[in-house]
Design a protein around this ligand. Sequence first.
Ligand code: NAD
Length: 498
Amino acid sequence: MYHVGHFIGGKHVAGNSGRTANIFNPATGEVQGTVALASVEELRAAVENAKSVQAGWAATNPQRRARVFFKFVELLNKNMNELAEMLSREHGKTIEDAKGDVIRGLEVCEFVCGIPHLQKGEFTEGAGPAIDMYSMRQPVGIGAGITPFNFPGMIPMWMFAPAIACGNAFILKPSERDPSLPIRLAELMIEAGLPAGVLNVVNGDKAAVDAILTDPDIGAVSFVGSTPIARYVYGTAAMNGKRAQCFGGAKNHMIIMPDADLDQAVNALVGAGYGSAGERCMAISVAVPVGQETADRLIEKLAPKVEELRIGPYTDEKAEMGPLVTKEAQARVMGLINRGVEEGAKLVVDGRDFKLQGYENGYFVGGCLFDNVTPEMDIYKTEIFGPVLSVVRANTYEEAIQLPIKHEYGNGVAIFTRDGDAARDFASRVNIGMIGINVPIPVPLAYHSFGGWKASSFGDLNQHGTDSIKFWTKTKTITARWPSGIKDGAEFVIPTMK
Ligand code: NAD
């Protein structure tokens, strides 16, 4: 048993609210630790601490800020095995997948090593007679990040890397399900040379989130999690005068055209549908084969692969997917599978009875495959967030493209085809933020930006890429005149650039 507190002002703080949550081992169902849940006062103390160092950090020249990230990237690589193990132990995903989680965050840190260039302003010489106009990007001040359980490495780094590189101080409120890794990342940032207090980790639940959203000194809030909470955080942050970018749930479709390489499509579906037990916001949860023949061939090739999935604890090096994160998540996913059967979908592969010897109390669900799912069904409308893939059969390309277009969510989507014209048309018309063409999980790299549309995202600037530099900075534009004739008197007419 261990206890995870907070990390404030460069120090571990045990937490004094008197409230804690259990941390489970998802593979065994055992409680392995506890995490402190912060009070409003504890959150406030972290903000005060951040405030006291922020101006000094912002005044540190951008090359020096970048050097902290050069060193941090080195430390992440050096400690990769330890970090992945720490992540898997609380999340349940396989070690290789946990490394991917850390590496995707590391890549954002590499991106912000370019902060001296990224944060440069604009300058126009001679915008008018003796007038120069320039703009600069100044940090918001104190930024906050509220993150979900499913990427405890990548998503905190999506947020704190650009925020801190831009000269902000930061309060990270990670998921209470897997809080150890975010604290370790904060320790490594100190080791990399970040001044104490610039990055603070405050663990907690709704109370800590509400304290962030109403805090007078926090200027910007980044959130990733489920759609109802994303909507709430966006509205509350905006009501309190903060800028906010809030990313929510997903239901990602993959269209399989009759001309697609079916083996390639099947392999892509297995990885994207069942990797990380389907607990990815970019998981494929709906396969849409076009034409009955494509659908029959797809199911025939897919079903045995789903049956053969190797499921195990993260300590099993050969496991392809692990358990779900909590008992509640397991019960919810089981409930949705039962609902799909009641609704009349055909459960081609039934993973409900999956049991692993020695891990009977783990939160495992075997891979499930539904055929003949229709848009009216709950299992189609709801984000299941488990190892469940639904096949919705479409007769034509047009019928297929209308499915993601009409769906509530708009995070990612993919099309598998050999036809460039169909792919072009698809990418142009579909109202989704991230599109894969023969790529099942089209997560953009760190120097592009990540974000969905519709109920998958609230706010206008995406994660990482140049969007993140805009989100974590405010633009200040200066119009400067150094005239020789100012002594000639005041002007009473509004100045225009004649
Ligand atoms: P969640 O919404 O339950 O929790 C996210 C964060 O919000 C956590 O830090 C949690 O402590 C906090 N929170 C929970 N309930 C709250 C409440 N009532 N008020 C205020 N704060 C609250 O999400 P989760 O289960 O941790 O993560 C899974 C969800 O995240 C899925 O829906 C998934 O699609 C989504 N997700 C989206 C993206 C994306 O980029 N769009 C990425 C990863 C995960």
